[in-house]
Design a binder for this molecule. Structure first.
Ligand code: MN
Length: 294
C-alpha cells in the first residue's frame, strides 16, 4: 500500500497510512514524510508497535539525534531505564515503579504541561520530536499541539512588524518557576542559564514564518521583565486559541512526530496512579535561531 496522508485538523496535522515504521524506509518514503512534515507539521502514525532500537532507526532517517551532556529533563543517564538515544517520558522510576508525587523528576515533568517547544532552552533547539505511546492511562493524558504558522499568519500587521526582530531568552528556570518549582541546585541553575532565540522563525523548507514561543521564554532582549512576560503571555494565549490547536487522544502504539520549529505542544493531566509509558527520540536542529551575539 502506498504511503498516504489524511489531514486531521483544519490547519495542520496529518495521519499517515501505508507505512511500517519498524522497517527501513526507502528514499521515496523519507521524502514523502518530510514533505508531509513541511505541510502538516505534526504527523500521526497509528499501530506502530516498535522497539526502542526501531524507533531510533526510524528517527535517524530524518537527521541526527539530539545529544547533550547537560541533562534537560534532569533524569540522569545512569538513572534511566532506557538505552542511550531514547528519552524516558514515562512516570516510572528506574525500577519501573510509578514515581512519587514528591519526586523532583515528577516536578520537572509537570512543567511539560505548559505550552512549549522541545529544547527551546538550548542554544540549538530541536528539529523534530517523535513520541511513542507504549502504555497509556485509562483517562486523560492527551498531547495538544498548536500551529505556530497559523498563529503568526493571524497576527495583525502592527504586531507582525513589532515581533519581527525580537529576541527572547529561554530557560527551564522560567517554565519551572511558572509552576512554583524553584528548588533548583546551583548546578541546575548553571546548566539552565538562559539562551537567546528569535521570536519569529522562517521555516527552511517552506519559507513560512511562525512564532517561536514556549513557556521557557521569560524575557525579551531590551524589554523590562513585566512588559516582556505580559506580551509573551498574550502571544501564547493568541497562539493556542482552539482553531490552532489539535488534541491528540493516544492509543497504544501511536507514534507522533512534530516539528518543534513551527509548533508548540503540551501534555495533559491523567491519573498519576496509572502507568504512562511514552518514549521520545529527538532530532537535532541545524543551527541557532540567532547570529552569535558577542
Ligand atoms: Mn515536550
Amino acid at each position: 500500500m502506498p504511503l498516504s496522508i489524511h489531514q486531521l485538523h483544519s490547519v495542520f496535522v496529518g495521519e499517515v497510512g501505508g507505512i511500517d515504521c519498524r522497517k527501513p524506509l526507502d528514499p521515496e518514503e523519507v521524502a514523502a514524510i518530510e514533505a508531509g512534515m513541511d505541510e502538516y507539521a505534526v504527523l500521526i502514525f497509528r499501530d506502530q508497535d516498535i522497539s526502542d532500537a526501531q524507533q531510533i532507526a526510524f528517527t535517524r532517517h530524518f537527521g541526527e539525534l539530539e545529544s547533550y551532556n547537560t541533562p534537560g529533563h534532569i533524569r540522569r543517564r545512569e538513572d534511566s531505564r532506557l538505552a542511550p538515544g531514547i528519552a524516558d517520558f514515562s512516570n516510572l522510576d528506574k525500577h519501573g515503579k510509578i514515581m512519587s508525587d514528591e519526586d523532583r523528576v515528577w516536578f520537572f515533568k509537570l512543567g511539560d504541561r505548559l505550552w512549549h517547544s522541545d529544547s527551546s532552552f538550548r542554544p540549538i533547539p530541536a528539529k523534530y520530536s517523535l513520541l511513542s505511546g507504549r502504555v497509556l492511562p485509562s483517562w486523560g493524558a492527551n498531547t495538544e499541539f498548536a500551529d505556530m504558522r497559523a498563529a503568526y499568519d493571524a497576527l495583525d500587521r502592527r504586531t507582525k512588524a513589532e515581533v519581527e526582530d525580537l529576541v527572547c531568552e529561554h530557560s527551564l528556570i522560567y517554565s519551572r518557576e511558572a509552576i512554583g518549582f524553584t528548588d533548583l541546585t546551583p548546578e541546575e541553575i548553571t546548566a539552565f542559564r538562559p539562551v537567546r532565540q528569535r521570536l519569529v522563525r522562517t521555516h527552511p523548507a517552506t519559507g513560512r514564518k511562525s512564532l517561536f514561543l514556549a513557556s521557557h521564554a521569560g524575557a525579551i532582549v531590551g524589554w523590562t521583565i513585566p512588559e516582556a512576560r505580559m506580551f509573551l503571555r498574550d502571544l501564547i494565549e493568541h497562539a493556542t486559541q482552539r482553531e490552532f490547536v489539535y488534541s491528540h487522544s493516544w492509543r497504544p502504539h501511536d507514534l507522533v512526530m512534530w516539528d518543534n520549529r513551527c509548533t508548540m505542544h503540551r501534555a495533559r493531566r491523567f491519573d498519576r496512579t496509572e502507568i504512562r509509558d511514552v518514549r521520545r527520540t529527538t532530532l537535532a536542529g541545524d543551527a541557532p535561531t540567532i547570529e552569535k551575539i558577542a
